[in-house]
Design a protein around this ligand. Sequence first.
Ligand code: ASP
Length: 589
Amino acid sequence: MSFNQRTVTCGELNLSYVGKEVVLNGWVHRNRNHGALHFINIRDRYGITQVVLDEKSDTTLQNTASELKMEYVISVTGIVRKRPDSMINTGMTTGEIEVLANKIDILAKSDILPFMIDDETNANEDLRLKYRFLDLRSFGMQKRIKLRHEFIKSVRHFLYEEGFYEIETPTLIRSTPEGARDYLVPSRKYPGEFYALPQSPQLYKQLLMVSGYDKYFQIARCYRDEDARGDRQPEFTQLDLEMSFVNREDVLSLMEKLFVYVFKETINYSLPAHFRRIDYKTAMNTYGTDKPDLRFDCELVDFKDIIDKSDYETFKKNKYVKAVVAHEGKEQDFTRKYLDSMNEIAVQYNMDYIPYIKVSETGFTGSAAKYFNKLEKEILKCTEAKNGDVIFIIGHTDWKKCCLCAGAVRSKIGKDLKLIKEGFEFCWIVDFPLFSYNEDEGHWEAEHHMFSMPQEQYIDTLESDPGSVKGDLYDLVCNGYECASGSIRIHDVELQKRIFRICNLSDEEAEKKFGFLLNAFKYGAPPHGGIAPGVDRMVMIMSEQTSIKEVIAFPKNSFAVSPMDDCPNTVDEKQLEELHIIIKDKEFK
Ligand code: ASP
């Protein structure tokens, strides 16, 4: 099909083109017809240009213009002219000009749209995903996909300049569980055997270090078969990175330099040269989470001493007690209904309710006020609460649960009282425990993954006191989201085996699953460490979205399904036969 090919894009014309003939190719965004006067907005990924036909335009042209429907693909040839002053649109980059058409060709027609291609559509998610190819035409999506592209481009640029090699690792690998469930791929050639899709390239990047590629990175796709929870996708993208002969400080400062560079290059945002470091325990005690949102204060206050001095007998059983103060403001009235709404958070942490004290000129009121006679001064001092403020009290026998619940109260207050400032607040969380106890399975497991190095001072007491061991682990947090996790790795066979054993993996199992890594460590493994920032997550934060689906071209829905191509789906009997698979429960779907 021959057609007039574009000489300019739909986002580029300005007054300097006035009087010139141009050709535009794009989609009909809007078509308004006022008698002989037609206004056609033509759109491509660069912008929108207004095309006009007036009473002097010939009838064939008028007829073609009347035929145009939304999302038809057209080629327009015309002369650029200045808009009359009253028609200038300062909100559009091309708002000062329009193109008087002398030829319009329809290159493709479009069915009636399932939803409008708007900046931000309010179509429901499944409809957007079913017609993702249309949804991706919206400026909102296009802006985000562009940002994602620029993010990756600047990451690559930065790391190439720093001397990193970009190396691909396989996506058909041996099943080596990293904490989540593997996606499995049956082998046709080897009946009953499977490949797995990588949960991350963790072991391969460590092997690359053994091979001497001391600065590696990859924009890696990772796969985890987890139940739909929060904003998870079965496949997601990481900037996977590893370095040899480094310590924690080297990894952290490289990442700081990288993010300072990338934020400046992509969204022209200046980050500080260094990010705050907060150790895990302090983060939990102060913010009630290991991913604190530092865009607002509202720090937790230790309230155990006060409780012990109070008349609140039933609360004294709680070994840990925290207080969170909501300062009076115009954003939220502290109605009874609002105060009681905190109890919904309590329920999630197996608590009955969250008692509170209201501070007023006449003294304390509220559900717990009566227990704190004579302690008013002390409470006001430690909480810094003022008249009109509310103090929520969170108690638990378990330290982690107490912190997490108080952290959830802090988050709610931050949102409801609109305390969250604009911008990006990064911090490092360091000194995580290396192990956590899995109550359900009755054994210790790795907090991050089993390849992370314990801090040196704990090496002798790994087995005798796993709970107190701190790892050489670090997380990068931004605006309350975990954006990256990493660690200095174990590079010694014996130490690696000890960690496996503590995590309930016998030597035989370890050999079966990770023998290739242990074997590689026998041949000169350098000290190494790395990190893996989530690309989807970072771009989501940078584009001020709350779901990673908004920055992935073709995501799955919350049930791990793609409504567009309806996957997962059944396959032909013949395919199953070739893979030696018999489906037991045919009624399943
Ligand atoms: N492989 C790790 C993960 O995906 C990241 C790392 O330790 O580098 O969480």
